[in-house]
Design a protein around this ligand. Sequence first.
Ligand code: SAM
Length: 257
Amino acid sequence: MDLAVKSVNKHAIAGAFGRAASKYDTVAKLQQQTGEYLMTLAQAEDIGMRVLDAGCGTGFFSARWKQQGKQVIALDLASGMLNHAQEQQVADYYLQGDIEHLGLAGNSVDICFSNLAVQWCNDLSCALQELYRVTCPGGLIVFSTLVQGSLHELETAWERVDDYRHTNQFLPLKAITQACQPYRHNVIQRQYRQHYSQLLPLLNSLKGIGATHLHHGRQQGLMTRKRLNALDEAYPRNNGNYPLSYQIAFGVIHCDK
Ligand SMILES: C[S@@+](CC[C@H](N)C(=O)[O-])C[C@H]1O[C@@H](n2cnc3c(N)ncnc32)[C@H](O)[C@@H]1O
């Protein structure tokens, strides 16, 4: 069995992100940090004008590319996210679609930019193949994704409370690098650590970004006051705060075809 291939419920993912759309930008601090870094990686090279923002969400970074004079296609699985992006007029074109089956012609964009979206795909290799197919020769694909070990504080705390799985399993860095192997690429990993003064805002930050949906199904066990207290007691503290770590892989793929 190929461990890099999952079976995700895309309908449920689109629903979770769609519901999070209106509050998303106020809670998506991690996405903004990783997206800024991803932009610096893409801008290090002078590529063409047409940008695909794949898994654009509210279009925070579509707008950044548009401000730079690029022609931007904003694409997302979630109609709720895409509607929000369209209301803000962040892009030139809006496309509801799946990164793993792009409704775009081959060689039709110069830059594929995908910030923290491909971790929701079934198969990273398939997603990268599609992004590569639509990118023209000489173009660039930049993506960021969550790596195994992310949210480990939360996972460990839950393990002390019950036997259910409460966090998603993300790919190890090795599998991400392997998926990039067919192309001229560079992958690096960075750690981001957030601190919360209370547990509830930490949990809400995950909900707000639509990240509470589990790849293998709905979260089990109702969040009662008793369970919340037990989780609070089990959660590690750092100077009185609740830390939450994310391991992020950044990939740069050159389109040499
Ligand atoms: C964590 S958000 C990131 C949004 C945006 N890139 C940003 O930086 O703020 C992930 C987004 O990817 C979208 N998404 C998830 N799976 C997708 C897929 N297979 N194809 C297209 N979009 C997808 C979700 O609907 C969501 O809007």
